[in-house]
Design a protein around this ligand. Structure first.
Ligand code: BES
Ligand code: ZN
Ligand code: ZN
Length: 486
């Protein structure tokens, strides 16, 4: 992970500027260089490189618009572009200097650090592949704000790495172990319910999906409860933890199965989000719930048509064993009720329909939480460019889930699959204020896209951090209603 730090002069100075602010660079550049830059700016050139006896200066020119979200994303992408620019020089440390009217250093550093992420664990000679950049310094920045960003980037990279772990090396018990290790590292608590407890609780959805597995199902419960928020109702974050999805007996075609190690991305997001909230000591009480298993085939596997009894007591006709995510999430939603949460957010790589609808550029979301919460979350989506699109949960979609033989079936009629999946979850969310985020599209990329490196993207961690930070401000200052002010 590339660290971000405050201070340190070093070999490459990266200067962030705008055409309008070039005259402020007189202490950094020679008059001839400034003249060159002015001309370059006229031609809409974006970067200029000036070699120096000691290191070099790289000037990046921004042309901001009136849209702050677009400007922030432009700066992150610029960070990633700059990274590519300097990669050939095998530089270990750069220092950013802000000469823009708005400070762009933090977003540039964010894009640089995230673009520099690599998952090299399974190469026998990782040093051959490793990028050189180790540290990004932010000249003159507030060290606390820099540390806050560094922790956030750490958490995003943690989430990416959990998703990138192949199933051969990462089962449900490994996921539980990883949650415990992260809890220790970042400062929260993890508790793992094993098979015996799950059987006693009759968590029928999770147990049914786990039926054909060699590895026991795990129900991971995370707690972050700072003194400052002890008396408040918690936010419950639920993450789908299917460490591998073959589809079960409703087997997936082989070209849809090869990246199903990503089916625990929701779980990884929940771990990452609680990790950064804890590390940065956000005054908000959080519970994380992760039902974890693989979805395998075998003699004991569920058969399409089976009827199972869920943790809530409802019966479900399992028409398609590949619609397994909703079965395990339903049990987690029912488990969440005991906390009387202020809000429940679930994250899941739930449907191919979400991927077909929005691709990797947005999260499909839906739910029953009040409008001010939805608006705040959408706002965080723009702030972090992990954008959200809301879909309706009209009751007509729910009619498709009626079964001839049980309380509910786990499959809709075909179209709008992300919504019928949402309707299924809504049944188990009951009257808790709840939102479901289907991250199947943006959670995992076959090819890098800007600073989102290939495979696990860590989507949801930056979104949640922004959301939770605003939310905690709204509950800790009694007069201000930060969420309403958004
Ligand atoms: N894990 C998949 C959804 C998925 C698809 C995730 C593509 C990431 C990328 C989920 O368990 C699944 O198989 N969903 C089925 C549901 C269907 C059988 C109703 C789907 O969307 O095809
Ligand atoms: Zn599936
Ligand atoms: Zn799945």
């Amino acid at each position: 992970m590339t660290a971000v730090a405050a201070g340190h002069p070093d070999n490459v100075q990266i200067v962030l500027a705008e055409k309008e602010t070039l005259d402020r660079l007189t202490d950094l550049l020679l008059p001839s260089e400034l003249q060159f830059l002015h001309a370059a700016a006229e031609r809409e050139v974006k970067t200029c490189f000036f070699p120096r006896a000691q290191g070099a200066a790289l000037v990046r020119l921004f042309a901001p618009s009136t849209d702050p979200a677009a400007n922030a994303e432009d700066a992150r992408l610029a960070g990633n572009d700059l990274l590519r620019e300097i990669r050939q020089y095998k530089i270990e440390r750069v220092t950013l200097h802000n000469y823009c009217r708005d400070n762009r250093m933090f977003q540039v550093a964010e894009g640089m650090a995230l673009g520099n992420y690599q998952f090299l664990k399974y190469y026998t000679r990782p040093e051959k592949k490793e990028h050189s950049l180790r540290e990004i310094c932010l000249a003159g920045a507030d060290p606390e704000a820099v540390a806050e960003l560094d922790n956030l980037l750490d958490a995003v990279c943690l989430t990416r790495s959990l998703v990138n772990e192949p199933h051969s090396h990462f089962t449900a018990t490994d996921l539980a172990r990883a949650a415990e290790i992260s809890a220790q590292q970042f400062g929260f608590e993890a508790e793992v319910l094993g098979m015996e407890t799950l059987e006693n609780l009759k968590m029928g959805g999770l147990l049914a999906v786990n039926q054909a597995s060699d590895v026991p199902a795990q129900f991971i419960v995370l707690h972050y409860c700072p003194e400052t928020a002890r008396e408040t109702a918690p936010i419950v974050l639920i993450g789908k933890g299917v460490v591998y999805d073959t589809g079960g007996l409703s087997l997936k075609p082989s070209d849809g199965m090869d990246y199903m190690k990503c089916d625990m991305a929701g779980a990884a997001t929940v771990i990452g989000a609680i990790a950064v909230a804890a590390k940065n000591k956000l005054p908000v009480r959080l519970i994380g719930l992760i039902p974890a298993t693989d979805n395998k085939i075998g003699e004991r596997a569920m058969s399409p048509g089976d009827v199972i009894r869920m943790y809530s007591g409802d019966t479900v006709e399992v028409v398609n064993t590949d619609a397994e995510g909703r079965l395990i999430l339903a049990d987690a939603l029912h488990y969440a009720k005991q906390y009387q949460p202020a809000l429940v957010l679930d994250f899941a790589t739930l449907t191919g329909a979400a991927v077909r609808a929005l691709g990797s550029q947005a999260i499909c979301y839906m739910g029953t939480a009040p409008q001010n919460v939805k608006s705040a979350l959408e706002k965080s989506g723009w702030n972090t460019y992990e954008r959200l699109v809301e879909l309706p949960l009209w009751k007509e979609y729910g009619e498709e889930l009626k079964s001839n033989i049980a309380d509910l079936r786990n499959l809709g009629a075909g179209n709008a699959g992300m919504i019928t999946a949402g309707k299924f979850l809504q049944h188990f969310a009951g009257d808790m204020p709840w939102l479901h985020l289907d991250i199947a599209g943006p959670a995992y990329l076959r090819h890098a896209n800007g600073y989102r490196t290939k495979e696990g993207t860590g989507v949801g961690v930056r979104l949640l951090y922004d959301f939770l930070k605003n939310y905690s401000a709204s509950i800790t200052s009694p007069s201000a209603e930060a969420l309403d002010d958004q």
